[in-house]
Design a protein around this ligand. Structure first.
Ligand SMILES: CSC[C@H]1O[C@@H](n2cnc3c(O)ncnc32)[C@H](O)[C@@H]1O
Ligand SMILES: [Zn+2]
Length: 442
């Protein structure tokens, strides 16, 4: 008999790796935050007699979902400006609101709300891009959430930093502070081609290679972005980034709705990852990311929600479903992006894009225990022939019952174990009142 902490039993385990496997009536054995075994329940109960057994009788276990692009504190701006195209939304509404409201407290309270929403929706890791990133990192650590925190770079001043050099310097301090942290990693996060000039982008390219960290950037989000680049630089944004030596397997290119066949090849040969945000792209009418073509070309595609102000939720189940459905419609091919691939995009592909695939993204022995239990026993998910089909095409995030991050149970029967839900609600309502008042007086 081996000494381990916990056994989690479920009728279905969908490990993602090995591919196409569904383990029935198995247990995951967890010890010191890692998956140390995966075996049939009958054997597990003999081998690990002293372990604490968690019995989930009508659930599927999946790897924690990876939200590969968000702006967590923007949850406080949810529903502030709807039904607008990107540039009008950003320049006319969001940036003015951010310049009025963004502060350390705003970021703390917004990140907390977002993390709570993400956890209860089965997200165990998020890739963030926002002002005051050190506050987001601190909140995530306190809650026990995994995060990749953006060392943001943008040409315009904010309450957090004044110049691109200032942004980079403060980002590097953050990188230093979190080196070797078990839950927090950092990535460069230059905002977009239309807000970051060549000099800081060259700096980012050099530093990212030196530090071996990802570069996370909005790219080819709209036709307007492409046209602005053609007018200002004489080339499309992707080509500009290629000239600045930013295209590589360290780059996470977010959105990518405007792509020629040649550009798809460039992404594939450079190893650039694409982060697909289908709901945000639809809501802002930005366009369609050619997911089936990218996938055929061998590009790694992960999924992100974007911020709650352009989505308007942080729901990776919706992103999985939209990714699968839109891909079929766009390719005119019902076999494009099957359910298994959508689940892989929301888990392992996100981990790969963030350079975390040795640690998370699948339920494999040796990986950290970032695990989500989804209840498939209610009538809305019956009959059940294929659990992965149910997860992608049928269930909503409200079916997530339990969540573990690095072996710590952060959600137990839909109750938070590290968060005070009523405090989050009252803080959020206080922000809504303040923001509502100034909107009335404008
Ligand atoms: C430098 S902090 C991040 C910055 O990005 C803004 N933002 C949020 N969503 C989008 C999007 O879809 N495209 C471009 N920029 C976006 C956010 O408001 C912050 O200012
Ligand atoms: Zn974004």
């Amino acid at each position: 008999m081996q000494n381990i902490n916990t056994l989690i039993y479920a009728p279905w385990i969908i490990p993602v790796i090995p591919e196409n496997q569904i383990l029935e009536n198995h247990c995951l054995a967890i010890h010191q935050g890692r998956i140390v075994d995966c075996l049939p329940r009958v054997q597990a109960e003999v081998r690990y007699r002293d372990a604490h057994l968690i019995e989930l009788t009508q659930h599927a276990l999946i790897p924690g979902l990876v939200n590969a692009h968000t702006h967590s504190p923007m949850s406080l701006l949810r529903g502030l400006a709807d039904d607008l195209p990107l540039m009008e939304w950003l320049e006319g509404h969001i940036w003015p609101a951010e310049s009025k409201w963004v502060s350390e407290t705003f970021v703390r309270d917004g990140a907390l709300l977002a993390i709570a929403e993400m956890l209860r929706g089965g997200i165990t890791c998020f890739n963030d891009m926002y002002f005051f990133p050190e506050i987001v990192a601190q909140v995530a650590t306190e809650v026990g959430m995994r995060a990749v925190i953006g060392m943001i770079v943008i040409d315009f001043p904010s309450r957090w930093a004044k110049t691109p050099e200032d942004y980079i310097r403060k980002g590097l301090e953050l990188n230093d502070q979190y080196r070797d942290h078990p839950l927090i990693k950092t990535a460069f996060a230059p905002h977009a081609p239309y807000t970051v000039s060549d000099e800081p982008l060259k700096q980012v390219a050099i530093l990212a290679k030196e530090l071996n960290v990802p570069v996370h950037m909005h790219l080819h989000e709209t036709t307007e972005e492409v046209n602005r680049s053609l007018a200002q630089y004489g080339v499309r944004p992707l080509e500009r980034l290629q000239r600045l030596e930013l295209l590589s397997s360290q780059l996470l290119a977010v959105h990518m709705t405007q792509l020629t066949d040649r550009e798809i090849q460039t992404l594939a040969t450079s190893g650039t990852h694409v982060i697909h945000c289908p709901e945000s792209n639809l809501k802002l009418a930005s366009g369609f990311c050619p997911v089936a073509k990218l996938s055929q070309a061998g590009v790694n595609i992960a999924l992100g929600t974007d911020g709650a102000a352009s989505n308007n939720d942080l729901d990776m189940f919706v992103e999985m479903r939209l990714a699968a459905l839109l891909a079929k419609a766009l390719a005119g091919d019902a076999s494009a992006i099957p359910a298994k691939q959508a689940l892989r995009m929301a888990t392992l592909n996100g981990a790969k894009a963030l350079g975390l695939e040795q640690e998370i993204g699948s339920l494999e022995i040796g990986k950290v225990a970032d695990i989500v239990a989804v209840d498939l026993g209610e009538l809305e998910t019956q009959p059940l022939y294929e659990p992965t089909s149910q997860l992608v095409y049928t269930v909503g995030r409200d079916r997530v019952s339990d969540v573990w991050i690095a072996g710590q149970q952060v959600l137990k029967k839909r109750q938070f174990t590290t968060l005070d839900e009523s405090l989050i609600l009252s803080q959020t309502q206080a922000w809504a009142e303040r923001i509502r008042e100034t909107r009335k007086s404008i």
